[in-house]
Design a protein around this ligand. Sequence first.
Ligand code: CMC
Length: 429
Amino acid sequence: MQKALLKWNGQEAEFPVLEGTEGEMAIDFTKLRQQVGLVSFDPGYGNTASCKSAITFIDGEKGILKYRGIPIEELAEKATFLETAYLLIWGKLPEPAELKGFLRQITAHTLLHEDVKRFYTGFPKDAHPMAVCSAVVAALSAFYPELLDPRGAEAEHGAIIRLLAKFPTIAAFSYKHSIGQPFIYPDNKLDYTSNFLRMMFATPCEDYRPDPVAARTLDLLLILHADHEQNCSTSTVRLVGSSLSNLFASISAGINALWGPLHGGANQKVLEMLESIEKGGGSVEAFVEKAKSKNDTARLMGFGHRVYKNYDPRAKIIRKACYEVLNKLGVRTKLLEIAVKLEEIALKDDYFLSRRLYPNVDFYSGIIYQALEIPINMFTVLFAMGRLPGWIAHWDELQKDPDFKIGRPRQIFVGPTGKHYLPIGQRKQ
Ligand code: CMC
């Protein structure tokens, strides 16, 4: 094993260097504090590997993404979302009988407990569906007390199936509540995404038969969002799970982390940005200048990534799908034109080139969601639906990790020292 040598304060200490199967190297600092009395400082964890993981590989320089060793391009073309979910969670593509059994289990659990429905009526109509979904997912832990043991194989399996099966129902109910329509129960004759679309758009007076193009497109988007190694929400799920919190509670925390505009919330923000450019007369150049300005907080949403310093491979697939789907569904939108123009200008601009900012997964996804008539505040909910298997796979990997430890980072204290309590009468106004 290779070693790294650290010289500090007259001391020398050696640390093991780990190598991943795709060649990445890391210094193992597990004993840093013990050996030399130092801790590492890495805000945002840009240089910190928090775990070993066998789930997803990203090469951000080359724009490569693989789930369990399989390139994302192959899965996007050939797999279904539920097959991909199985692959991520159980580490291999399911054999025919395994897939059949898995689909049967998912289908058997699509209904929500009738009492869960009562939660929805307590939320204001204008509540963001992400708030509703995270609350309802957390509430599932109250309905399944027998599925909460993070180390019980049967309990874990039961919780995984229920989460995957019920999330589309939870999501569609959050939308129905926001528009004041009655909930539409799942139809178990339909596949995963067709069922979701029907629960979104059918009413008791008019059924809705999802267009197979729309259902397959949604399936593709879910596959592309299914995992992305140690991103903010996945790290959150792992951190919460590391206290031995149950799976429902951990996933609920992940949904909240995903909601932020720098993470999954960016897909909603991209569409709002494109619409505001359109409403303002379509000056793409002016918006790019705004996004570059240090005096303006605006960013070019859907651009840039902590790991990708090249074109996000998911964005490449979505960009292509965008043209195909809009064409097949006969949808015309000025927003695609604006997005393409934004991309063209940004990719010739030194500001974006020098910082290696390229379109990410969120840049084109909103245009597709809009073509499928998904309301804008549901975009991030769909990201959560896609990311669910990834979160689950990481939570499971953590629970079985021989290096398992509760997550508990250190800090460098920079606050005041040597202060004492002053009675209230002696404090200055
Ligand atoms: N528009 C304009 N400037 C940007 C952008 C952008 N979208 N992204 C980064 N920069 C600039 C940033 O101002 C900084 O400039 P300087 O060096 O002059 O201070 C430099 O590029 C580095 O940015 P950073 O914020 O330090 O980079 P990060 O790795 O911490 O952040 C990011 C990554 C994704 C949060 C960021 O690129 C961003 O805010 N993008 C827009 C939001 C977005 O699209 N998020 C979705 C990410 S993909 C989906 C997911 O996995 O969540």
